[in-house]
Write a new protein. Structure first.
Length: 455
């Protein structure tokens, strides 16, 4: 494929730097715009930047939006629709697909209108009404904030008590601490099963044949303990349009075509022997999911997204085994504490422990060197920059890297990812060491036994 011109746009936080870097390394011309002043240095030294994304529209062959947010407002879907109407090739959503993420009630209405089973759910704008509902209908529930505060991931709460008493207590605490910001929330009945996300890539007309199935690990600590984060790691594999796909995305494909959606879209579900129950949409790239998907794509990433944006059927070749991605983080992640970040993480050097000899050389004999121009295998940037050849932590979120591994089995993918993490030195780094274990310990067997992972 001849070189193309890609314009990547982060109109809120900087999220898509690694994808921009991957496309740039493939020989394409790339310009990256970041709106948030606090994130402007992210990806410096990795990809060329621009200060005015609108000035680059006529230059670009492909325009890529990384999220649904424009500052504090939902809005990239509207921008993407306007640009398509003006003749531009865009990877991005529409106003209605943005709403799938921003308005959980609307998302459930779309699914139900197309024959997709959903869990019992209710939306509330009053804490008193929500508390009354739980007390009148005792059961375990999941609290899902709506609107802008849904990005504060630690506010999502999964109830444990059969009578819902813990959910009532949490709602009372939220009323006191978050009542001024949490304008609404959804209560969804909790169901037991395997949590799995189905991720498809849509070219404006239809889904491509390859489907990505991934397993999120949102809690901070191993064993699914601690506060919720955006994501601490992901395990995944690729397959065809099997029963999981057909019973979810297969039923709304025509709706997405009428919208003209282009890009990655993910639907997270709980499945058990009784059915498939969607929980929420991600009508955009997932993070760090996209970094792991890049690692598993064996054809040209740039060509793939160029074809997708132009409505073509991409030639996508992917790794046929399993993949694991681990987010490497620094204090105070997942919380905001400027003093802690300044003292422990800001501008920290990222050092890679390179093997001085062949595989198996003892660790103490390896030579520690600062990374040079190229990336160590399987290491992807999030909040990182490169200054005079040296990798450093950037931004303010404490999420510098995603480290990936792949293999013929999930265990092999895990071993490769964690071996690579062992070669990274950043003071105060931490990460979950159990990404992918759920699959090995039974999730895979249950999905197979229930008949969801056929051809």
């Amino acid at each position: 494929m001849e070189s193309k011109r890609f314009l990547f746009c982060s109109l809120d936080a900087a999220l898509v730097g690694d994808l921009a870097w991957q496309v740039h390394r493939e020989g394409h011309d790339v310009r990256y715009y970041i709106e948030a002043e606090s994130d402007r240095e992210i990806a410096d030294g990795f990809v060329p930047k621009t200060d005015d994304w609108r000035a680059e529209l006529d230059w670009a062959d492909v325009i890529v939006f990384d999220d649904i947010w424009v500052g504090n407002d939902v809005g990239t879907g509207e921008l993407a629709r306007e640009l398509r109407e003006d003749g531009h090739a865009v990877v991005g959503g529409t106003p209605n697909t943005d709403r799938l993420e921003d308005d959980r009630g609307y998302a459930m209405e779309v699914l139900e209108a197309h024959g997709v089973d959903t869990l019992d759910h209710h939306e509330f704008t009053s804490f008193e009404a929500g508390i009354g509902h739980v007390q009148g209908n005792p059961a375990p529930y999941v609290i899902k904030p709506l609107g802008e505060v849904q990005n504060v991931k630690r506010l999502l709460y999964v109830g444990n008590e059969d009578d819902g008493s813990d959910v009532v207590d949490v709602l009372k605490a939220y009323r006191k601490a978050w009542g001024h910001r949490m304008k609404g929330f959804q209560l969804q009945r909790k169901v037991e099963g395997v949590e799995i996300a189905i991720c498809g890539f849509f070219n404006g007309n239809e889904f491509i044949d390859q489907v990505n199935f991934n397993f999120e690990h949102k809690k901070l600590f191993p064993g699914n303990i601690g506060p919720s984060t955006g994501e601490m790691g992901t395990s995944m594999f690729w397959a065809g349009q099997n029963k999981l796909f057909q019973e979810t995305f297969g039923k709304i494909e025509e709706w997405l075509a009428n919208e003209g959606y282009v890009g990655s879209i993910d639907i997270n579900c709980i499945v058990n022997e009784n059915g498939i129950y969607p929980l929420e949409f991600t009508p955009r790239f997932g993070y760090p999911t996209i970094a792991l998907q890049e690692e598993s794509i064996e054809s040209s990433t740039g060509a793939f997204f160029c074809d997708l944006a132009h409505g073509n059927d991409p030639d996508l070749r992917v790794h046929r085994g399993y993949q694991v991605g681990v987010r490497v983080v620094l204090p105070p992640f997942p919380f905001d504490d400027e003093k802690t970040y300044d003292e422990n993480s800001r501008n920290a050097a990222v050092v890679f422990d390179r093997e001085a000899g062949p595989e198996g050389t003892p660790r103490e004999e390896r030579t520690a060197t600062v990374a040079s121009r190229e990336s160590p295998e399987g290491v992807h940037i999030e909040d990182a920059k490169r200054v005079d050849g040296q990798w450093r932590v950037a931004g303010e979120s404490g999420m510098p890297l995603v480290v990936t591994g792949k293999g013929e089995t999930m265990q092999a993918a895990r071993e490769q990812a964690y071996d690579r993490i062992d070669d990274i030195v950043i003071p105060n780094l931490y990460y979950r060491d159990d990404i992918g274990e759920r699959w090995i310990e039974g999730d895979g067997d249950r999905l197979l036994a229930w008949g969801y992972l056929g051809a």
